[in-house]
Design a protein around this ligand. Structure first.
Ligand code: PLP
Ligand code: COI
Length: 341
């Protein structure tokens, strides 16, 4: 690939072929040492459990090139742990944290030329995935698994970047059940969100904001990101049994506390949206994507969040702090960074 053709500052959030991906197989109770390959293909049995019964989990994390030239991976350990929790949730073999880390670091190092330059605003998105690859016809877990890590350079998840966008509540759709799989990162949750997501995009919204599936009263999360609201110097984010525990959100809660703000993790009634001074979507891909307005489409209600169409001061401060730590411009006081040596 001719690297001079890459327009780093204008990358979208999409797939670009890189040089290598890294794989580890689980067989007879053992994981193989992570090995690189240049192949973008996976060959598997047609009766593999990932194809029929959804035994698939994935992660999403990022690596950044700093001003000092060093490459930093953000919260590698926490992503490894979350993938283990996804495995427990759908009865897959549990990948040791050390193999997760080794494979991610290897994939980042081997694709060094694809790590965007400092100052471009882009980053290297790391996508680990775990799938059941042995055949079953009855509904049973696989005996063998494949763990793959691929990377791809990305720009902002929402084309607007840090500019506020509107989100939609559609009451006829749920993403995850109250005691279902919403708390783990498995493909089925995203399949369940495609129809509503498509409806939202066609209507000009960046994402769907899901309500709790049982009572349809409380805010849950967005399709690809958690939700937060700000008022009275307080960072407020939903507590729910059906949302993904976002690692970026957890990081922002710590940064908000560091800044002297109060942090509340609790149920948020939809009506409370009218009281927020700022709100946003938060996640690895979304980073912080400020919310302009929330439309409860079927109820014909609208909550304006950003009155001037701009990101609010606290969201901006949190965003700059988070990016600063990720890029190495700010000290890593919480031990969130793995430097790739
Ligand atoms: N919620 C959902 C449904 C997601 O897909 C993601 C993305 O990973 C998040 C929240 C944010 O999680 P994290 O900050 O760990 O990337
Ligand atoms: C992420 O933020 O890493 C995600 O996984 C969100 C989306 C791309 C599925």
């Amino acid at each position: 690939m001719d690297m001079s053709t890459i327009d780093w500052a204008n990358l979208t959030f999409g797939y670009m072929k890189t040089d290598y991906n890294v794989r580890s197989y689980y067989k007879d109770g053992k994981w193989s040492t992570p090995q690189e390959t240049t192949s973008e293909e996976i060959t598997m049995h047609m009766a593999s459990t990932c194809l029929h019964y959804g035994q698939e989990a994935f992660e999403g994390l990022k690596a950044f090139r700093g001003k000092d030239g060093k490459v930093r991976i953000f919260r590698l350990h926490e992503n490894a742990i979350r993938m283990q929790s996804s495995s427990h949730g759908i009865l897959m073999a549990v990948l040791p944290v050390e193999i997760f880390k080794e494979a991610v670091i290897k994939a980042v190092k081997l694709n060094d030329r694809f790590i965007p330059p400092y100052g471009s605003g882009a980053s290297l998105y790391i996508r680990p995935l775990l799938i059941g690859i042995s055949p079953q016809v009855g509904v049973k877990p696989s005996k063998e698994y494949l763990f793959v890590v691929f990377v791809t350079p990305v720009g902002p998840y929402f084309k607007e970047g840090f500019k506020p966008t509107p989100v939609a509540i559609y009451r006829q759709y749920d993403r995850a059940a109250p005691l279902g799989t919403g708390t783990i990162k498995i493909g089925g949750n995203y399949a369940a969100s495609l129809v509503a997501g498509d409806m939202a995009h066609k209507a000009g919204y960046s994402a769907v904001l899901y309500l709790d599936a049982k009572e349809k009263k409380y805010l849950d999360e967005c399709g690809p990101a958690n939700f937060f609201g700000i008022k009275d110097n307080t960072y407020i984010t939903p507590k729910s049994t059906s949302i993904l525990p976002s690692i970026t959100n957890e990081s922002l809660m710590r940064l908000a506390e560091d800044m002297g703000m109060k942090v509340e993790r609790r149920q948020i009634l939809e009506e409370e949206l009218s009281t927020f001074e700022e709100a946003g979507q938060v996640g690895t891909a979304a980073v912080i994507s400020p919310i302009l307005r929330v439309d409860d489409v079927e109820e014909d209600k609208s909550y304006i969040i950003s009155k001037d169409g701009k990101a609010g001061p606290i969201s901006t401060k949190l965003y700059n702090k988070l990016k600063g730590i990720q890029l190495g411009d700010e000290p890593d006081t919480h031990g969130w960074i793995t430097i790739v040596e």
